[in-house]
Design a protein around this ligand. Structure first.
Ligand SMILES: Cc1cc2nc3c(=O)[nH]c(=O)nc-3n(C[C@H](O)[C@H](O)[C@H](O)COP(=O)(O)O)c2cc1C
Length: 493
């Protein structure tokens, strides 16, 4: 096995709507960010490389082939979004931006987006191989065991499930983990409150089976859409079409009628039923633990399998943050949060960051220019319950405008020096959490109590005497930036 470096400089072309993952990979190769690994095995080597790459900031993509025990041309890809430039490329934004600038650029871009419905086509590369009924065999794909204590191989991590609301026909794409049990049985886990679970519940309540299509490798933009908190009622296909300024080509699934991406790598169609449940998990989760252990969950009976020639299985295994997921989601979610605060009508929000170390969910910081008494508390409560931060939130902090909300050390300094624990912290009880939450005791999980508390920390100068608050004893930010330029040589060598 060898990691081979390929570097080249190339202009960054706009990605076409039809190009999918393969065009994206070509461009990434041109950027010098693709590494080829030949001969690594599915347990434990591919998982180990994924762990190595995704815990290094600004790291390359790796593609694996010649995987022992499998068709040598069946491939696995990891760490797609481990570099901000690849997030930018996918979103159609300039390369070379830092994470906060990228998040700001993204926020500007989403304001102008016009939802673009998908376009139905008759055929596409996904239909290069069609397997039906008893011939379906999900074990042909080289599915890694991602973490040491995973119960089995998880084919669905860089994937998404397609479901339809039986009431109004709205189509949702959501990333929910998927395990291979046997040739035609897949286990999948969806947390309470997620859209795919609501759809499934509606079918079950009617006594019907839930049709599902699962996509294991697709245009990275579609994956980003599927795992981002897009509002209820907006299809991720429309959102992806808007970002690319062109509709996503979809084929009507022959079994379920669900729209499947025409240029995806591997797709299955099947049904889940309320009376077919199996133990699911443990699986390594984004909190850095195996928090949800093992529970009975509905399984998907696969009725049809489609895949491209030489398919690429995309892996995005969640892990102890900051990992790949935490990094790209911080960019997207922080932008969403700022927008939500704007929509709530909160004035003078200067910045917001959902920190990577909290999996971009559990440590949220907003900076404001305080305008009135109670402003800081208003921001804390709204931010902590916003769509982008409510699920498994934990700590929400508000700081003054002189603090960079994306800089952990500055934020902790503000907490240490501007907050008074007895009066600056509000606790919210029984907020939206998840079976994944490591702090919920086994007894409470047993009872279905998936709630946890929130600490809202006001680390701003107290409004009433803010003018008398001791002055900060270092030069202002702009003066320091100038000094850094002028005296840089002192830090060199
Ligand atoms: C790699 C990865 C794996 C994920 N796995 C799950 C999962 O197993 N179950 C789940 O409920 N959410 C999971 N999520 C989070 C959801 O994809 C995310 O909350 C998304 O917004 C859900 O879509 P929805 O809001 O349309 O339900 C995962 C996200 C990523 C990036």
């Amino acid at each position: 096995m060898a990691l081979t470096e390929q570097r080249a400089s190339a202009a960054i072309p706009e990605l076409s709507a039809a190009g999918g993952l393969r065009e994206w990979l070509q461009v990434v190769e041109g950027m010098g960010q693709l590494r080829h690994v030949s001969g690594a095995n599915i347990d434990p080597e591919i998982g180990e490389v994924a762990d190595l790459l995704q815990h290094a900031a600004q790291s390359p993509v790796a593609i694996f082939d010649n995987i022992p025990g499998h068709n040598p041309n069946f491939r696995v890809l990891v760490n797609s979004f481990g570099h901000t430039d690849r997030v930018a490329l996918t979103l159609g934004l300039p390369l070379g931006l830092g994470k906060v600038a990228l998040s700001d650029a993204w926020r500007k871009k989403i304001h102008g987006l016009k939802n673009t419905p998908p376009r139905f086509v008759k055929d596409g590369p996904i239909m290069e191989n069609v397997v039906r009924g008893d011939a379906v065999d999900m074990t042909i794909f080289p599915t890694p065991k991602w973490h040491p204590l995973d119960v089995g191989p998880y084919i669905g991590t860089g994937s998404f499930d397609i479901t339809r609301d039986p009431d109004d026909g709205w189509v949702n794409l959501g990333t929910y983990r998927v395990m291979v049990y046997d040739r035609n049985t897949l286990g999948y886990y969806i947390s309470p409150g997620k859209h795919g679970r609501m759809h499934r519940q509606k079918y079950f309540e009617r006594g019907e089976r839930c049709p599902v299509a699962m996509v294991f490798g697709a245009d990275p933009l579609q994956f980003l859409a599927a795992c981002t908190e897009i509002p209820l009622g907006v299809s991720e296909y429309e959102w992806a079409g808007a970002v690319r300024h062109a509709p996503v080509d979809v084929i009507e699934g022959p079994i379920t009628g669900l729209p499947i991406p025409a240029n995806a790598e591997i797709v299955v169609e099947g049904y889940a039923s309320a009376d077919d449940m199996r133990p699911e998990g443990p699986f390594g989760e984004w909190t850095g633990y195996y928090g949800s252990g093992s529970r009975k969950e509905p399984v998907l009976k696969v009725e049809a399998l489609y895949y491209r020639n030489d398919p690429i299985l995309v892996g995005v295994p969640p892990a102890q943050p900051p990992d790949e997921i935490a990094r790209y989601r911080a960019v997207l979610r922080s932008a969403l949060l700022r927008d939500e605060l704007d929509r709530f009508g909160v004035p003078d929000v200067v910045g917001a960051w959902q920190h990577e170390v909290g999996g971009s969910r559990s440590f949220t910081v907003v900076s404001i220019k305080q305008r009135y008494p109670g402003h800081a508390r208003q921001v804390l409560h709204l931010a902590s319950q916003s769509r982008s931060a409510a699920y498994v939130g934990r700590y929400t902090v508000v700081v003054d405008e002189d603090i960079d909300p994306s800089d952990l050390e500055e934020v902790m300094w503000a907490i240490c020096t501007r907050s008074d624990p007895a009066t600056s912290i509000d606790i919210v009880n029984r907020a939206w959490s998840s079976p994944l939450d490591p702090t919920i005791s086994p007894e409470r999980k047993e009872k279905g109590d998936y709630t946890s508390s929130r600490a809202l920390i006001d680390a701003t100068r107290p409004w009433e005497w803010r003018d008398k608050f001791p002055a900060v004893n270092v030069p202002p930010r702009e003066v320091r930036a100038e000094a850094r330029k002028r005296w840089a040589y002192l830090l060199e060598g």
